[in-house]
Write a protein that binds this ligand. Structure first.
Ligand code: ZN
Length: 311
């Protein structure tokens, strides 16, 4: 069986330290990689995930200090939905209350209970209680034990004007099947167990287009098992006339990029080699990791990046 589902989601933030603190201290995700934007080494690229960086748990950010907020709208992936144990729902409700984080819900969708918050940049995050979570290496903190920890992605929602062509892409090339409709949400699932196996397409004709900026999603990456599978899907998409990049080396995975028919940037990423390629699992995220081409400039690059230490 081929790997399917969401590999990672990448969003844009403003203040790096605030982003780092929110995802590690409030949400309790593991900071698994501190690196730079490979295409812009003057800025960070942060990776948050479970203990080892399992595909389907990886949320990454490009933080740009002082960047104005963007606007959620058509042509974007908008809501990120995290899977938590069903029994952890009240823990998170209490936690948001205690930490002074404004939340909405609980509300029901597809017979599931949802809690909704925004991150410090306005990125829309939702939490859904799931019964049968896969056995994945959850990350724990002093305040967040394993039985309540965020496990990874439940789903992501794409906001579009017309669903048909986006639906065709998901079902023809990415192994998703239509499984239901609830209001504006058309749900697609790979039917596989594991995290990140659901995508909702929200049919929202008549609303505004999204604008890039802090608090918006930059792209959604889908999984392929290996290079061979990636090559096959690239050929299929290119044959269809899709304007798709060559394979790009991202050190932790290899990637292709293209815009789906509604304008949302999609990536196709290999599961390997993974995040332990340049530092051991026990020390993930502790040191600044750079791709080989930037190593000669480590001193200047590191000096220009803002500190994440507590003052
Ligand atoms: Zn990516």
């Amino acid at each position: 069986m081929t790997a399917q589902g969401i590999h990672h989601i990448t969003a844009i933030a403003s203040d790096p330290k605030r982003n780092f603190d929110f995802y590690t201290k409030i949400l309790g995700l593991r900071f698994i990689k501190k690196t730079v934007n490979f295409d812009d080494p003057g800025t960070y690229h942060f990776y948050f995930a479970d203990r080892v960086g399992t595909p389907g748990t990886v949320l990454t950010f490009f933080p740009h200090p002082g960047l104005p907020q963007g606007r959620a709208g058509l042509g974007q992936a908008v809501e990120i939905v995290f899977a938590i144990p069903k029994t952890a729902f009240s823990f998170w409700l209490d936690r948001f209350h205690q930490k002074g984080i404004v939340y909405q819900g609980p509300e029901e969708r597809f017979d599931e209970k949802i809690l909704r918050i925004s991150d410090p940049d306005g990125l829309q995050l939702e939490f859904v209680g799931v019964d049968d979570l896969p056995e994945t290496p959850a990350w724990t903190t002093d305040e967040i034990a394993e039985d309540v920890a965020i496990r990874g992605f439940h789903s992501v929602a794409l906001w579009v004007k017309e669903i048909e062509r986006t639906e065709n892409l998901l079902t023809e090339y990415f192994g998703f099947k239509a499984v239901g409709v609830d209001g504006s949400r058309h749900r697609y699932s790979t039917g596989q167990s594991g995290l990140g196996q659901i995508v909702d397409i929200r049919h929202l004709p008549g609303i505004w287009r999204g604008g890039n900026g802090a608090g918006t999603i930059h792209h959604v990456a889908f999984r392929v098992g290996d290079d061979e599978e990636q090559k096959t899907i690239r050929e299929k998409l290119a044959d269809k006339g899709v304007n798709i990049t060559p394979v790009v080396e991202r050190d932790y995975f290899r990637s292709l990029y293209f815009r789906e028919p509604s304008g949302i940037l999609f990536e196709i990423a290999t599961d390997g080699p993974g995040f332990a390629i340049d530092e051991p699992v026990e020390r993930l995220g502790q040191a600044l990791m750079l791709p080989a081409r930037y190593e000669p400039h480590r001193k200047e690059i590191a000096a220009a990046l803002p500190s994440l230490d507590d003052a």
